[in-house]
Design a protein around this ligand. Structure first.
Ligand code: HSE
Length: 430
Protein backbone atom coordinates (compact mmCIF):
# COMPACT_ATOMS: atom_id res chain seq x y z
CA UNK A 1 0.00 0.00 0.00
CA UNK A 2 1.47 3.34 -1.02
CA UNK A 3 0.19 6.19 1.16
CA UNK A 4 -0.57 9.43 -0.63
CA UNK A 5 1.29 12.12 1.36
CA UNK A 6 4.72 12.15 -0.18
CA UNK A 7 7.93 12.21 1.84
CA UNK A 8 9.75 15.42 1.02
CA UNK A 9 13.45 15.46 0.28
CA UNK A 10 15.75 18.49 0.20
CA UNK A 11 18.89 18.04 -1.84
CA UNK A 12 21.85 20.23 -0.87
CA UNK A 13 24.35 20.31 -3.73
CA UNK A 14 23.72 19.30 -7.33
CA UNK A 15 27.18 18.47 -8.65
CA UNK A 16 28.50 15.15 -9.94
CA UNK A 17 26.70 13.10 -7.27
CA UNK A 18 23.74 15.37 -6.50
CA UNK A 19 22.63 15.54 -10.12
CA UNK A 20 22.64 11.73 -10.27
CA UNK A 21 20.62 11.53 -7.07
CA UNK A 22 18.04 13.87 -8.61
CA UNK A 23 18.00 11.83 -11.81
CA UNK A 24 17.56 8.49 -10.02
CA UNK A 25 14.81 9.93 -7.79
CA UNK A 26 12.91 10.81 -10.94
CA UNK A 27 13.57 7.73 -13.07
CA UNK A 28 13.05 5.31 -10.16
CA UNK A 29 10.18 7.25 -8.58
CA UNK A 30 7.59 4.46 -8.85
CA UNK A 31 9.94 1.80 -7.50
CA UNK A 32 11.09 4.08 -4.68
CA UNK A 33 7.47 4.77 -3.71
CA UNK A 34 6.68 1.06 -3.70
CA UNK A 35 9.79 0.23 -1.66
CA UNK A 36 9.26 3.01 0.85
CA UNK A 37 5.48 2.84 1.06
CA UNK A 38 4.91 6.48 0.04
CA UNK A 39 5.99 8.69 -2.84
CA UNK A 40 9.42 10.26 -2.35
CA UNK A 41 9.33 13.79 -3.68
CA UNK A 42 12.23 16.09 -4.47
CA UNK A 43 11.02 19.23 -2.69
CA UNK A 44 13.96 21.50 -3.45
CA UNK A 45 17.57 21.59 -4.59
CA UNK A 46 19.98 24.10 -3.05
CA UNK A 47 22.95 25.12 -5.17
CA UNK A 48 25.50 27.93 -5.15
CA UNK A 49 24.70 29.14 -8.65
CA UNK A 50 20.99 28.66 -9.46
CA UNK A 51 21.42 30.19 -12.92
CA UNK A 52 23.43 27.17 -14.12
CA UNK A 53 21.27 24.74 -16.12
CA UNK A 54 20.62 21.46 -14.26
CA UNK A 55 19.30 18.82 -16.62
CA UNK A 56 16.44 16.87 -15.15
CA UNK A 57 15.77 19.23 -12.22
CA UNK A 58 12.70 21.46 -12.62
CA UNK A 59 13.91 25.07 -12.44
CA UNK A 60 11.30 26.01 -9.81
CA UNK A 61 12.90 23.54 -7.37
CA UNK A 62 16.33 25.17 -7.54
CA UNK A 63 17.32 27.73 -4.93
CA UNK A 64 20.44 29.35 -3.57
CA UNK A 65 18.89 29.54 -0.08
CA UNK A 66 19.97 26.24 1.46
CA UNK A 67 19.12 27.32 5.02
CA UNK A 68 15.65 28.42 3.93
CA UNK A 69 15.03 25.09 2.18
CA UNK A 70 16.18 23.04 5.19
CA UNK A 71 14.19 25.13 7.66
CA UNK A 72 10.93 25.45 5.77
CA UNK A 73 9.22 22.96 8.08
CA UNK A 74 7.94 20.18 5.82
CA UNK A 75 11.18 18.43 4.84
CA UNK A 76 11.45 14.78 5.90
CA UNK A 77 14.98 14.02 4.73
CA UNK A 78 17.88 16.34 3.90
CA UNK A 79 20.51 14.91 1.53
CA UNK A 80 23.74 16.83 2.08
CA UNK A 81 26.14 16.60 -0.87
CA UNK A 82 27.97 19.91 -0.52
CA UNK A 83 31.03 18.43 1.20
CA UNK A 84 33.54 20.22 3.43
CA UNK A 85 32.96 21.45 6.95
CA UNK A 86 30.92 24.66 6.55
CA UNK A 87 28.20 25.37 5.64
CA UNK A 88 27.50 21.62 5.61
CA UNK A 89 27.74 21.28 9.42
CA UNK A 90 25.35 24.17 10.13
CA UNK A 91 22.89 22.92 7.54
CA UNK A 92 22.92 19.39 8.98
CA UNK A 93 22.35 20.82 12.48
CA UNK A 94 19.48 22.92 11.13
CA UNK A 95 18.02 19.84 9.43
CA UNK A 96 17.91 17.93 12.72
CA UNK A 97 16.47 20.99 14.50
CA UNK A 98 13.73 21.07 11.88
CA UNK A 99 12.90 17.39 12.50
CA UNK A 100 14.43 15.97 9.32
CA UNK A 101 16.69 12.94 8.98
CA UNK A 102 20.00 13.38 7.17
CA UNK A 103 21.77 11.43 4.46
CA UNK A 104 25.30 12.65 3.72
CA UNK A 105 28.44 11.65 1.84
CA UNK A 106 30.57 14.09 3.83
CA UNK A 107 33.54 12.05 5.04
CA UNK A 108 35.59 15.07 6.15
CA UNK A 109 32.81 16.33 8.41
CA UNK A 110 32.04 12.87 9.82
CA UNK A 111 35.72 12.18 10.54
CA UNK A 112 36.10 15.53 12.28
CA UNK A 113 32.74 15.96 14.02
CA UNK A 114 31.04 12.56 13.89
CA UNK A 115 30.20 12.38 17.62
CA UNK A 116 28.47 15.79 17.61
CA UNK A 117 26.47 14.91 14.49
CA UNK A 118 25.39 11.59 15.99
CA UNK A 119 24.43 13.32 19.23
CA UNK A 120 22.29 15.81 17.33
CA UNK A 121 20.57 12.98 15.43
CA UNK A 122 19.95 11.15 18.71
CA UNK A 123 18.57 14.27 20.42
CA UNK A 124 16.02 14.79 17.66
CA UNK A 125 15.25 11.06 17.23
CA UNK A 126 16.37 11.37 13.61
CA UNK A 127 18.52 9.25 11.33
CA UNK A 128 22.04 10.04 10.18
CA UNK A 129 23.06 7.80 7.28
CA UNK A 130 26.36 8.09 5.40
CA UNK A 131 27.03 4.97 3.34
CA UNK A 132 28.31 7.09 0.42
CA UNK A 133 31.04 8.67 2.58
CA UNK A 134 33.28 5.60 2.33
CA UNK A 135 34.03 3.65 -0.84
CA UNK A 136 31.27 5.10 -3.03
CA UNK A 137 28.81 2.49 -4.23
CA UNK A 138 30.25 -0.37 -2.17
CA UNK A 139 27.87 -1.49 0.58
CA UNK A 140 30.34 -1.41 3.45
CA UNK A 141 29.15 0.70 6.39
CA UNK A 142 25.75 -1.01 6.59
CA UNK A 143 27.35 -4.50 6.60
CA UNK A 144 29.74 -3.34 9.34
CA UNK A 145 27.00 -1.62 11.36
CA UNK A 146 24.28 -4.21 10.89
CA UNK A 147 25.32 -7.52 9.30
CA UNK A 148 28.45 -7.83 11.47
CA UNK A 149 26.87 -6.35 14.62
CA UNK A 150 27.03 -9.77 16.29
CA UNK A 151 30.63 -10.49 15.37
CA UNK A 152 33.98 -9.03 16.47
CA UNK A 153 35.86 -7.22 13.72
CA UNK A 154 39.62 -7.32 14.22
CA UNK A 155 40.95 -5.71 11.08
CA UNK A 156 39.84 -3.58 8.16
CA UNK A 157 42.36 -3.29 5.33
CA UNK A 158 41.35 -1.40 2.26
CA UNK A 159 41.93 0.60 -0.85
CA UNK A 160 39.52 3.47 -0.25
CA UNK A 161 40.81 6.12 -2.65
CA UNK A 162 40.35 5.58 -6.35
CA UNK A 163 42.55 8.44 -7.55
CA UNK A 164 45.66 7.13 -5.81
CA UNK A 165 44.90 3.56 -6.83
CA UNK A 166 44.68 4.71 -10.44
CA UNK A 167 48.06 6.51 -10.17
CA UNK A 168 49.82 3.57 -8.49
CA UNK A 169 48.26 1.16 -10.97
CA UNK A 170 49.57 3.26 -13.88
CA UNK A 171 53.04 3.39 -12.29
CA UNK A 172 52.93 -0.39 -11.92
CA UNK A 173 51.71 -1.18 -15.44
CA UNK A 174 53.74 1.37 -17.40
CA UNK A 175 56.84 1.93 -15.26
CA UNK A 176 55.98 5.65 -15.15
CA UNK A 177 57.09 7.90 -12.32
CA UNK A 178 54.64 9.52 -9.92
CA UNK A 179 54.48 12.87 -11.79
CA UNK A 180 53.76 11.29 -15.16
CA UNK A 181 51.07 9.00 -13.72
CA UNK A 182 49.44 11.95 -11.92
CA UNK A 183 49.36 13.90 -15.19
CA UNK A 184 47.60 11.01 -16.88
CA UNK A 185 45.11 10.70 -14.00
CA UNK A 186 44.36 14.43 -14.25
CA UNK A 187 43.93 14.31 -18.03
CA UNK A 188 41.49 11.41 -17.71
CA UNK A 189 39.48 13.10 -14.95
CA UNK A 190 40.52 10.70 -12.17
CA UNK A 191 42.48 13.39 -10.30
CA UNK A 192 41.21 16.85 -9.45
CA UNK A 193 43.05 20.01 -10.51
CA UNK A 194 44.27 20.24 -6.89
CA UNK A 195 44.86 16.58 -6.05
CA UNK A 196 46.16 17.21 -2.49
CA UNK A 197 43.25 15.62 -0.60
CA UNK A 198 43.69 12.40 -2.54
CA UNK A 199 47.45 12.10 -3.09
CA UNK A 200 48.42 13.22 0.42
CA UNK A 201 46.02 10.67 1.93
CA UNK A 202 43.58 13.10 3.64
CA UNK A 203 40.55 11.59 1.87
CA UNK A 204 41.60 8.04 2.79
CA UNK A 205 42.41 9.07 6.38
CA UNK A 206 38.90 10.47 6.88
CA UNK A 207 37.48 7.20 5.56
CA UNK A 208 39.81 5.21 7.84
CA UNK A 209 38.55 7.16 10.86
CA UNK A 210 34.93 6.40 9.94
CA UNK A 211 35.66 2.72 9.25
CA UNK A 212 37.64 2.20 12.47
CA UNK A 213 34.93 3.85 14.57
CA UNK A 214 32.19 1.65 13.16
CA UNK A 215 34.24 -1.55 13.04
CA UNK A 216 35.50 -1.31 16.62
CA UNK A 217 32.51 0.46 18.24
CA UNK A 218 34.71 3.27 19.43
CA UNK A 219 35.48 6.85 18.55
CA UNK A 220 38.31 7.45 16.10
CA UNK A 221 38.88 10.98 14.87
CA UNK A 222 40.77 12.17 11.85
CA UNK A 223 43.66 13.34 14.07
CA UNK A 224 44.01 9.79 15.42
CA UNK A 225 44.82 8.43 11.96
CA UNK A 226 48.47 8.25 10.93
CA UNK A 227 48.64 9.56 7.36
CA UNK A 228 51.21 9.34 4.56
CA UNK A 229 50.34 9.96 0.91
CA UNK A 230 51.80 8.57 -2.31
CA UNK A 231 53.81 11.56 -3.53
CA UNK A 232 57.12 10.01 -2.44
CA UNK A 233 56.50 6.64 -4.09
CA UNK A 234 59.00 6.12 -6.90
CA UNK A 235 59.20 3.87 -9.93
CA UNK A 236 62.14 2.22 -8.14
CA UNK A 237 59.88 1.36 -5.15
CA UNK A 238 57.43 -0.29 -7.49
CA UNK A 239 60.18 -2.20 -9.31
CA UNK A 240 61.56 -3.30 -5.95
CA UNK A 241 58.12 -4.47 -4.86
CA UNK A 242 57.89 -6.53 -8.07
CA UNK A 243 61.18 -8.25 -7.27
CA UNK A 244 59.63 -9.33 -3.94
CA UNK A 245 56.45 -10.59 -5.64
CA UNK A 246 54.53 -7.55 -4.35
CA UNK A 247 52.77 -4.45 -5.62
CA UNK A 248 52.37 -1.02 -3.98
CA UNK A 249 48.95 0.21 -2.83
CA UNK A 250 47.77 3.11 -0.68
CA UNK A 251 46.13 1.24 2.19
CA UNK A 252 43.83 2.28 4.98
CA UNK A 253 44.49 -0.11 7.85
CA UNK A 254 42.40 -0.24 11.03
CA UNK A 255 43.42 -2.85 13.57
CA UNK A 256 42.44 -4.03 16.99
CA UNK A 257 45.53 -4.73 19.14
CA UNK A 258 46.17 -8.40 19.89
CA UNK A 259 45.21 -7.88 23.55
CA UNK A 260 42.01 -6.18 22.37
CA UNK A 261 42.63 -3.14 24.57
CA UNK A 262 43.39 -0.54 21.90
CA UNK A 263 43.09 0.10 18.19
CA UNK A 264 45.18 1.77 15.49
CA UNK A 265 44.23 3.50 12.26
CA UNK A 266 46.67 4.47 9.53
CA UNK A 267 46.91 5.34 5.86
CA UNK A 268 50.16 4.90 3.94
CA UNK A 269 51.57 3.27 0.83
CA UNK A 270 52.54 -0.33 1.42
CA UNK A 271 53.77 -3.36 -0.44
CA UNK A 272 51.32 -6.24 -0.57
CA UNK A 273 51.89 -9.68 -2.10
CA UNK A 274 50.56 -10.11 -5.63
CA UNK A 275 48.58 -13.10 -4.34
CA UNK A 276 46.60 -10.90 -1.91
CA UNK A 277 43.07 -10.08 -3.20
CA UNK A 278 43.76 -6.33 -2.82
CA UNK A 279 46.70 -6.57 -5.25
CA UNK A 280 44.31 -7.26 -8.13
CA UNK A 281 42.27 -4.09 -7.51
CA UNK A 282 43.10 -2.04 -10.60
CA UNK A 283 42.50 1.47 -11.89
CA UNK A 284 40.18 3.62 -9.75
CA UNK A 285 38.35 0.75 -8.05
CA UNK A 286 38.10 0.42 -4.27
CA UNK A 287 38.13 -2.74 -2.17
CA UNK A 288 38.00 -3.39 1.53
CA UNK A 289 39.08 -6.55 3.27
CA UNK A 290 37.42 -7.18 6.65
CA UNK A 291 38.59 -9.80 9.13
CA UNK A 292 36.18 -10.81 11.87
CA UNK A 293 36.29 -13.52 14.56
CA UNK A 294 33.38 -15.62 13.35
CA UNK A 295 32.88 -14.45 9.75
CA UNK A 296 36.55 -14.85 8.84
CA UNK A 297 37.76 -12.86 5.84
CA UNK A 298 35.32 -10.79 3.77
CA UNK A 299 36.08 -8.70 0.72
CA UNK A 300 33.98 -5.76 -0.52
CA UNK A 301 34.80 -4.54 -4.02
CA UNK A 302 33.47 -1.97 -6.49
CA UNK A 303 33.49 1.61 -7.74
CA UNK A 304 34.53 3.96 -4.95
CA UNK A 305 33.64 7.23 -6.63
CA UNK A 306 31.71 8.71 -9.54
CA UNK A 307 28.28 10.27 -9.84
CA UNK A 308 25.96 7.33 -10.42
CA UNK A 309 27.81 4.81 -8.18
CA UNK A 310 27.91 7.23 -5.25
CA UNK A 311 24.29 8.20 -5.88
CA UNK A 312 23.36 4.52 -5.61
CA UNK A 313 24.66 4.50 -2.02
CA UNK A 314 22.86 7.78 -1.27
CA UNK A 315 19.57 6.41 -2.60
CA UNK A 316 19.91 3.28 -0.46
CA UNK A 317 20.26 5.50 2.60
CA UNK A 318 17.38 7.68 1.44
CA UNK A 319 15.08 4.65 1.21
CA UNK A 320 16.13 3.56 4.72
CA UNK A 321 15.56 7.05 6.17
CA UNK A 322 12.17 7.34 4.45
CA UNK A 323 11.06 3.91 5.69
CA UNK A 324 12.00 4.92 9.24
CA UNK A 325 10.07 8.17 8.88
CA UNK A 326 6.98 6.17 7.99
CA UNK A 327 7.39 3.52 10.67
CA UNK A 328 8.42 6.01 13.34
CA UNK A 329 11.59 4.01 14.01
CA UNK A 330 15.27 4.87 13.74
CA UNK A 331 18.20 3.18 12.11
CA UNK A 332 21.27 2.32 14.19
CA UNK A 333 22.89 5.38 15.78
CA UNK A 334 26.47 5.77 16.91
CA UNK A 335 27.90 2.71 18.65
CA UNK A 336 30.96 3.86 20.59
CA UNK A 337 30.47 1.95 23.82
CA UNK A 338 33.85 0.16 23.62
CA UNK A 339 35.77 3.42 24.31
CA UNK A 340 39.08 1.97 23.13
CA UNK A 341 42.14 4.21 23.07
CA UNK A 342 43.80 4.77 19.69
CA UNK A 343 47.49 3.87 19.93
CA UNK A 344 50.12 5.99 18.19
CA UNK A 345 51.85 4.85 15.01
CA UNK A 346 55.00 3.94 16.95
CA UNK A 347 53.12 1.00 18.48
CA UNK A 348 51.97 -0.44 15.16
CA UNK A 349 53.77 -3.71 14.47
CA UNK A 350 54.45 -4.60 10.85
CA UNK A 351 57.22 -5.52 8.36
CA UNK A 352 59.41 -3.10 6.44
CA UNK A 353 61.26 -2.89 3.15
CA UNK A 354 64.23 -0.52 3.40
CA UNK A 355 66.51 0.47 0.58
CA UNK A 356 69.92 1.94 1.51
CA UNK A 357 72.68 3.46 -0.63
CA UNK A 358 75.94 2.37 0.99
CA UNK A 359 79.68 2.24 0.43
CA UNK A 360 80.66 -1.15 -0.97
CA UNK A 361 83.52 -2.28 1.24
CA UNK A 362 84.14 -5.04 3.78
CA UNK A 363 82.16 -4.72 7.02
CA UNK A 364 79.41 -2.36 5.80
CA UNK A 365 76.75 -5.06 5.65
CA UNK A 366 77.69 -6.20 9.16
CA UNK A 367 77.66 -2.61 10.43
CA UNK A 368 74.14 -2.05 9.05
CA UNK A 369 72.92 -5.39 10.39
CA UNK A 370 74.20 -4.41 13.85
CA UNK A 371 72.06 -1.25 13.79
CA UNK A 372 68.95 -3.34 13.11
CA UNK A 373 69.92 -5.76 15.90
CA UNK A 374 70.60 -2.90 18.36
CA UNK A 375 67.01 -1.70 17.87
CA UNK A 376 65.50 -5.16 18.21
CA UNK A 377 64.50 -5.31 14.54
CA UNK A 378 65.03 -8.76 13.08
CA UNK A 379 66.10 -9.00 9.42
CA UNK A 380 64.25 -11.42 7.16
CA UNK A 381 66.12 -10.97 3.85
CA UNK A 382 68.97 -8.83 2.47
CA UNK A 383 69.70 -8.21 -1.19
CA UNK A 384 72.77 -6.31 -2.34
CA UNK A 385 73.70 -4.96 -5.75
CA UNK A 386 76.96 -3.08 -6.12
CA UNK A 387 79.17 -1.38 -8.65
CA UNK A 388 82.28 0.86 -8.48
CA UNK A 389 82.46 1.06 -4.69
CA UNK A 390 78.76 1.95 -4.30
CA UNK A 391 76.08 -0.56 -3.39
CA UNK A 392 72.40 -0.71 -2.74
CA UNK A 393 71.23 -2.78 0.19
CA UNK A 394 67.60 -3.84 0.28
CA UNK A 395 66.59 -5.13 3.69
CA UNK A 396 63.23 -6.71 4.49
CA UNK A 397 62.52 -7.10 8.20
CA UNK A 398 60.37 -9.38 10.29
CA UNK A 399 57.52 -7.75 12.23
CA UNK A 400 58.68 -4.93 14.48
CA UNK A 401 57.15 -1.86 16.15
CA UNK A 402 57.15 1.24 13.97
CA UNK A 403 59.07 3.17 16.65
CA UNK A 404 61.87 0.57 16.56
CA UNK A 405 62.08 0.87 12.80
CA UNK A 406 62.21 4.69 12.99
CA UNK A 407 65.06 4.44 15.51
CA UNK A 408 66.88 2.02 13.21
CA UNK A 409 66.56 4.35 10.22
CA UNK A 410 67.75 7.37 12.21
CA UNK A 411 70.84 5.44 13.34
CA UNK A 412 71.50 4.16 9.81
CA UNK A 413 71.41 7.72 8.48
CA UNK A 414 74.17 8.66 10.94
CA UNK A 415 76.59 6.01 9.60
CA UNK A 416 79.36 7.41 7.35
CA UNK A 417 79.06 4.34 5.18
CA UNK A 418 75.35 4.96 4.48
CA UNK A 419 74.99 7.64 1.82
CA UNK A 420 71.23 7.68 1.92
CA UNK A 421 68.02 5.87 2.78
CA UNK A 422 66.43 5.65 -0.65
CA UNK A 423 63.08 4.35 0.55
CA UNK A 424 61.22 2.83 3.46
CA UNK A 425 57.97 1.04 2.84
CA UNK A 426 55.82 -1.13 5.04
CA UNK A 427 54.94 -4.62 3.89
CA UNK A 428 51.35 -5.66 4.62
CA UNK A 429 48.86 -8.39 3.90
CA UNK A 430 51.00 -11.44 4.67
N1 HSE B 1 38.36 11.35 -4.43
C1 HSE B 1 37.93 10.08 -3.95
C2 HSE B 1 38.66 9.00 -4.67
C3 HSE B 1 36.47 9.81 -4.11
O1 HSE B 1 39.53 9.26 -5.50
O2 HSE B 1 38.41 7.85 -4.38
C4 HSE B 1 35.65 10.54 -3.12
O3 HSE B 1 35.99 10.18 -1.81
Amino acid sequence: MVRTRPLKVALLGCGVVGSQVARLMTTHADDLAARVGAPVELAGVAVRRPSKARGGVAPHLVTSDAAGLVGRGDIDVVVELIGGIEPARSLIDAAFEAGASVVTANKALLAQDGPALHAAAEKHAADLYFEAAVAGAIPLLRPLRESLAGDKVNRVLGIVNGTTNFILDRMESSGAGYGEALEEATALGYAEADPTADVEGFDAAAKAAILAGIAFHTRVRLDDVHREGITEVTAADIASARKMGCTVKLLAICERAEDGRSVTARVHPAMIPLAHPLASVREAYNAVFVEADAAGQLMFYGPGAGGAPTASAVLGDLVAACRNKLSGGRGPGESAYARLPVSPMGEVVTRYHISLDVVDKPGVLAQCATVFADHGVSIDTVRQTGKDGEAQLVVVTHRAPDAALSGTVEALRRLDTVHGVASIMRVEGE
